[in-house]
Design a binder for this molecule. Sequence first.
Ligand code: ATP
Ligand code: MG
Length: 564
Amino acid sequence: MRLSEFALTTLKEVPAEAEIVSHKLMLRAGLIRRLSSGLFTWMPLGLRVLRKVEAVVREEMNRAGALELLMPAVQPSELWEESGRWDQYGPLLLRMHDRHDREYCFGPTHEEVITDIARRELRSYKQLPVNYYQIQTKFRDEIRPRFGVMRSREFIMKDAYSFDVDQEGLQKSYDRMHAAYTRIFERLGLKFRVVDADSGEIGGSRSQEFHVLADSGEDAIAYCDADNYASNVETAATSRPAGERAAATAELEKFPTPGVKTIQDLCELLGVTADQTVKTLVVDGTDGPVALVIRGDHELNAVKVQKLDGVASPLTMADTGAIIKALGAEPGSLGPVGMKLPVYFDHAVAALSDFTCGANETGCHYKGVNFGRDLELPETVDLRNVVAGDPTPGGSGTLSIARGIEVGHIFQLGSKYSDAMKATVQAPDGTNAVMEMGCYGIGITRIVGAAIEQNHDDNGIVWPGPLAPFDVVLVPINMHRSDAVRESAEALYAELSETGLAVLLDDRDARPGVKFADAELIGIPHRVVIGERGLAKGELEYRHRRDSESRDLKREEVLELVKV
Ligand code: ATP
Ligand code: MG
């Protein structure tokens, strides 16, 4: 491709609307242009990258035996009524009417449509397993579209759906997708982790997310390489600390704490650290308020708490009026000593001795609190988010926390949709079996943003080879004034293009500085500069986008580096 014919517009200044580096660079490098909130055009340069992602995904899905089809983006409401999601899905679903006043939605996902296909097409266990996939545009009316294509409203997803006659088959289909996804992200040259997305209580991993690691990621991941463990912070489990609790050394003492509302206020007043205190939170319950006691430096985990007996779901903090009515004290002064409400203690609290907590009397706290003396040693449960340094569930390592971008999700749906929509096949024993389903998504457009988050420097994008829109950029210096440069550049362009490489020839009549800046911004892996002085010595200037210096090399040496 000749850059003079490519209509590339790069931007020097950073667009004001972009918060994170990938969004800024995608706009600056001319990969995407914004149409409206969460809607983007993929410009020719960006589309080349997107097509490369698609190609890798398609190859690996085909290799794993999945069958490509293409479903309509627009879906009739009747199917969603059958699954029960028409009422459940909420404002994320873009709903519309046709001229006959029939209701439709723009598909945010395709479980209903594919289950309808499966119940019509699949009759017998002999046809299974089947895994259908498509690469297609989705629409989700996200509450906060942001970060460019990473959280847009219209985006491209690869979605696959497997059908098996029983759970054993589903597990195999799921494992196959796990392996295919691993190959996809390896081939794309991305650093990623596979994260358990539910607590796995029912046994086995029923849902896992593939996360590209990047500081700007929206999700926090708890992981331990030694233990080969990774989990969403929300779902990572904590356990009761091993070892003996230290013996009590202090007397129980009530002291005044006027104006103390937070753990931080308390720590400043007393000169203690937050891990020597406990905080008591009151939430709505199914039968009156419930108290939750966690260490002062820990964070409550709503997903875990709302599963507890007697706690209302979704989790709602009790209002101040209700707390004062139940306990006679304000929220900043609550504690487990003499607590009148039903109470749950977090595991980590059980390890504390000589700790500080509210006295259930406004403006008063206790210090020197100890279990077995001042209050009963309680049963403990898991109420909190894990933190760095917590032991892994396996117990052999400690957790680190990293941030990740969810680029893929594999999920064992079981019979949720096939039951509701009566998708059955004949089983080997002649009975009708409800099919077991899995669903498997990859955010094709999101991957492009995530890849840039992981691969950039101050001058622009640094594409991993498999994603680069072009493999080589040729930068002739003063091509329009030097026959030698023009001829050499044209010959190199022809020869490299011949080998199947995607070559970009910067034949614009522009200053070398402009060409270099653009080549770096758009992140092409190999850059070859052709100048009169070098040619006189039989040399070209070569630089890989990851190198800090360029090198003068013979033409043959350059060809060798570029062709691998
Ligand atoms: P998220 O938690 O980020 O909202 P999700 O869990 O709702 O995503 P899934 O239903 O699992 O998303 O969809 C499969 C994949 O589609 C996700 O792993 C992600 O890569 C991609 N995806 C989801 N929502 C968006 C979006 N708004 N913009 C771009 N990609 C998205
Ligand atoms: Mg997901």
